[in-house]
Design a protein around this ligand. Structure first.
Ligand code: ZN
Ligand code: ZN
Length: 464
């Protein structure tokens, strides 16, 4: 606290500021113990044979043996089935002529057959699976089939029998979702939702074309031309700008938060003493502030690749991807590997439970923001001391999001630094890190300082 200020002792009062709907129940809950259970009826058909309702388990799971606890705490099984049975054999055929030469029509969400020119639109998952609905009714964990837990024994390499000639074709799903048969030139794609994390529920197709992405990256670098490392500028080639589909979990959540602390409203301010001993005092009313907020979140994106989610900027600059959010995930279409023909992808390696802490972090910051709006009248601020988040329900859908990437490795100590410039494949939003020449920055800072000082002197000189 500012040493010049002292809280007026005599005038301090405490009042409770208790908004509607808040009770003190939670602070009391430690002191009440549940009554001992009465002897339950036994035998077939008795109530104890009926499984408890989802979210209403009568025991504290923490007190149970590990295997039982894990089973209870494990997410509910997939509730939304997004699998495309018609594509399961890996051969994506044109619905009209049967050709496998299918591409995304540039700049649109439409697929086009390169053989007969037939065009068709992928179904939006939002409508197909009702993903925009009922968020305020969500209870428990709802997981779409493409967002299921990854099974450790399912390999990333997948082998298909080519529907054209019978040859075996292997696709490495770590970075690709389609491959061409060497023998008959059929294109095969991974569409079956094998639980290795590679096949999502939905894909948001690229809209920004390569020329556009290159122009945006060039513009981004040009703006920083004066300070950029010489090698960086020299090595920039459009050929190194590549489209990548990055794996995300798109989460809907129904949550509530209770936040408590103390807030102060200044009632009087005065000064005492003379000269250097002059001090300002203030009187304030101190309030206990409690807020409860219920809210829903629609389409929150969470990186579902461990490498992408790593926010340590010393070793990579992946959080740049966060800066090019948001994506119009409402327009994502049902998974079809044809959207990824010739495009690199990064496989998901995180499950719902591994991402839950990050989701809860984000939900808490949303709750704090909501609450801040309601405590403006505490003009000396509110110090929050307790916060509690209740996640009533969540819905998880896995999705590939389109990003144009240009990367540059700057050599240096500890493996150097990887620089990225990323372009949102839907909106064109561009963000990146450009390696700078430190001496140029320093020189610039000095020049600006000298220049301003020069102006100041000139003004002073004119005034006298
Ligand atoms: Zn066709
Ligand atoms: Zn073949």
């Amino acid at each position: 606290m500012d040493p010049g200020l002292r809280r007026g002792d005599d005038k301090n009062r405490t009042r409770l500021d208790r908004p509607q709907g808040t009770t003190r129940k939670q602070s009391m809950s430690n002191t009440t113990t549940p009554p001992p259970p009465s002897a339950p009826p036994t035998g077939p058909g008795s109530p104890q044979d009926v499984p408890p309702l989802s979210g209403s388990f009568p025991l504290d799971p923490a007190t149970l043996p590990d295997p039982i606890r894990e089973e209870i705490e494990a997410p509910d099984p997939a509730a939304i089935d997004t699998a495309a049975a018609e594509l399961a054999d890996g051969v994506n055929r044109c619905p009209k002529c049967g050709s496998t030469e299918i591409r995304q029509k540039p700049g649109s969400d439409v697929l086009v057959c390169l053989y007969c020119r037939h065009e068709w639109q992928g179904a939006r998952v939002e409508e197909e699976f009702g993903l925009g609905e009922g968020i305020d009714q969500l209870r428990g964990t709802v997981i779409a089939s493409g967002a299921r837990d990854i099974e450790a024994d399912v390999a990333a390499m997948m082998t298909f029998k080519c529907g054209g000639c019978g040859a075996e074709v292997t696709i490495n799903t770590e970075n690709a979702m389609t491959a061409r048969c060497h023998w008959c030139r059929h294109v095969l794609g991974v569409n079956e939702q094998i639980p290795n994390g590679a096949v999502p529920d939905a894909v948001l197709p690229f809209h920004i074309k390569k020329d556009d992405a290159v122009a945006r990256i060039r513009q981004f670098v040009d703006k920083r031309r004066l300070f950029a490392l010489k090698e960086f500028k020299e090595q920039f080639t459009p050929g190194n700008v590549v489209p990548v589909y990055l794996p995300y979990m798109i989460v809907d959540a129904n949550a509530g938060a209770a936040i408590a602390g103390t807030g102060e409203i200044e009632t009087r301010r005065y000064t005492r003493g003379e000269g250097n001993n002059r001090k300002t005092y203030y009187d304030a009313d101190v309030y206990q502030v409690e807020r409860r907020v219920d809210f829903t979140v629609d389409d929150l994106p969470l990186e579902s690749s461990a490498e992408r989610g790593n926010l340590d900027t010393r070793v990579n600059t992946n959080n740049i991807i966060n800066a090019i959010l948001p994506f119009d995930t409402k327009n994502a279409v049902k998974w079809n590997a044809s959207y990824l023909a010739g495009i690199t992808s990064e496989k998901r390696d995180r499950d719902v439970e591994q991402l839950r802490p990050r989701l809860e972090d984000q939900l808490l910051s949303i709750a704090r923001c909501e609450v801040e709006q309601s405590v403006r009248r505490y003009d000396r601020g509110v110090r929050w001391q307790q916060e509690r988040l209740d996640v009533h329900g969540t819905r998880w859908v896995s999705m590939y999001l389109p990003v144009w990437l240009y990367s540059y490795h700057q050599p240096g100590s500890r493996g150097g630094l990887l620089h990225y410039i990323a372009v949102n494949g839907r909106t064109g939003e561009t963000m990146g890190s450009v390696p700078v020449q430190q001496w140029k920055l320093l020189a610039a800072a000095l020049t600006v300082g000298t220049f301003l000082e020069g102006i100041a002197l000139w003004i002073v000189g004119n005034m006298s």
